[in-house]
Design a protein around this ligand. Sequence first.
Ligand code: KMH
Ligand code: ZN
Length: 309
Amino acid sequence: MASKRKVIITCAVTGAIHTPSMSPHLPVTPEQIAEAAIGAAEAGAAIVHLHARNPETGQPDQSPEAFAKFLPVVKSRSNVVINLTTGGAPTMTIEERVRPAATFRPEVASLNLGSMNFGLFGMLDRFKDLEHEWERTYLGNKDIIFRNTFGQIEYILTTCAGNDTRFEFECYDTAHLYNLKYFFDRGLVKAPLFIQTVFGLQGGIGGHPDDVLHMKRTADRLFGDAYRWSVLGAGRNQMNIAAMAAAMGGNVRVGLEDSLWDGPGKFAESNAVQVRRVRQIIEGLGLEVATPDDAREMLSLKGGHAVGF
Ligand code: KMH
Ligand code: ZN
């Protein structure tokens, strides 16, 4: 009997795009982040992509101390693959951003493949009641450049070299795929590349099906069978892009980092809700949801025993 293709669900549980006043369900404290990650894993996520926040203010916090409060909890209660952000927040320095991954040597870390405008200001129109002053300043800043120069990308790769950490290569436009190709051709990154194509952020490619096809075609041409494709649709693009990619051979990322929603005007009450919803799509397509160990095999990961936490 033919076996079903396996689809990796990544869940990014809190991130640095949304702010705590936007949704009561956005995880902020270490306990909430741990519960969200474990809940997502129980619902079917093979990988959790994690950021930390200051528990009082909800501000993104990239200190290793902040991550240390939830990493051992998640590891002790779940076999899920842990992926640590090196993106942090677009307002942070590169040295700050790499510290959690360098300290904790996770199986996976994110790596952002190009500099870009990062426009969060559109959300100010939709979310007017903001509890903290930092939220208004952060969201209203129209001059954010998310800096990921060739030198900075190389800095993250060399800082993490020797840790056997593999990467979630975040590509927000076609140029980022070409940037990744530069590192691939020089042997600085190795197959199988896990490419997270990102759609619908202000500053990156849009969320139209043509955009998805264009990124996929470009990645196919540049990397052939040396990569595993995953998609992340921001906001209202989340589930339709996930469905499209799953049907086309891809993997998917959901989570409150990139969308607060469970349908029009309805907040997702947890990360697990979005995982369950995408799981229904995957299974409805006759595909199978990958377990964490399946993901380890598909992405050639070192294993949960080899991390530094
Ligand atoms: N929220 C994603 C679009 C990172 O953590 O490295 C960006 C992201 C970056 O996940
Ligand atoms: Zn992230």
